[in-house]
Ligand binder design. Sequence first.
Ligand SMILES: Cc1cc2nc3c(=O)[nH]c(=O)nc-3n(C[C@H](O)[C@H](O)[C@H](O)COP(=O)(O)O)c2cc1C
Length: 392
Amino acid sequence: MKRLETDFAGVKMRNPLILASATPSWDGERCHQAWVHQAGAVVPKTFAPPDKFAQHPRCGRMKIVRHGASRIGMINIELYTTIPLEEWLKNDLEKAHQGGSCIIASVVAHPEPEATGQNARIIQDTGKVAMFEINVSCPMPADNSQVGFQMGNDADMCYRQVQAMKKAVALPVGIKLTPTTHNMIPMAQAAEAARADFLTIGNSIRSFAGVDIKTGLPKLPAYGGYSGPAIKPITQRHVSEVARAVKTPISACGGITTWEDVVEYIMLGATTVQICTSIMWQGYGHFQTLLKGLEGYLETEKLESLSQIRGKALPHITTIDEVSKHPPMVSQVDPEKCTNLKKGGCELCGKVCFYGAIEFSPRLKLKPKNCDGCNLCVEICPVGALSLAPAK
Ligand SMILES: Cc1cc2nc3c(=O)[nH]c(=O)nc-3n(C[C@H](O)[C@H](O)[C@H](O)COP(=O)(O)O)c2cc1C
């Protein structure tokens, strides 16, 4: 669909949905499958200097995190690609590029930035990649060499990595920043100062997979990267903060499962999005499902392109100080919807009210004078019977 075509840092993509660097892009055939299933671009699994950083555990390295029956996220302890660069270029790149695939080569940031650039030059010489993404965000670097998220917390290092890459290659250069940080802005600003063409925000978040309480053993024996739906609020915080601080185009990556998630990220300032876990859980065909949803959205909203909504939400994000000045609200109930008022039974809202603003005597009775406008009863009501209204 023409309306989904996206110009990202000077590269034309058929749509803004990119396969993130991970397991589903580990070899040429897999990258090709993503392209066949309509991904707008593909980031092969991160290339690393093979001698040092390219090993990963083969004794179970992924753990799905569940809440009840729902999958909310996944923790993995997988490192970079295990295929040496020369081998990948010889055996996989041709396949990955088949059909004119738009390839964004992900290269691990070497402790010596010039070495990152040298690797990239070899890849650029093939003429088959469109852009580069520097990886300074792996949440479980294999040793203490500062490769990975530690480097991604060092603004000066981010600057030097981008600077060295820009010197080494002519293609657009982006940097994949780490969400394992209290503030991503200094790293984003450093990358922008070094003339990065785009920022990818972000990677999985350094985490722990939990403990098996029968055996007392950790569910995964090392710290790993948390990805999937659960991390979306964290990544959205970083994307929106950075989008307000820099002008460099953003590729948002974290917890995208539905086309609505994509729209949210665009409204927070992203130009493209990258997807990993939902593709791992649902297969490459999920790209087509997301694209169908986006096309329907453009149609319904009568939009010519997603650029019309880019950053739409940003001016409305304010400080807690400002929000505290807004007039107070209290909860109100719609008697047509409330299960308790109609037939008794449900008392869920009363259980979660910690202000004494909800009573059952014997049916639901709101006490607006006690209501603190916290909104939890509204959120918890299973039938949408409660809402907030200005306090009288
Ligand atoms: C099993 C696995 C392997 C990954 N490997 C890489 C990698 O080699 N390079 C990289 O930049 N990111 C890697 N990632 C991170 C993803 O590209 C992505 O940034 C992260 O999972 C967040 O997106 P998601 O919530 O859509 O999964 C990996 C993620 C997973 C789950």
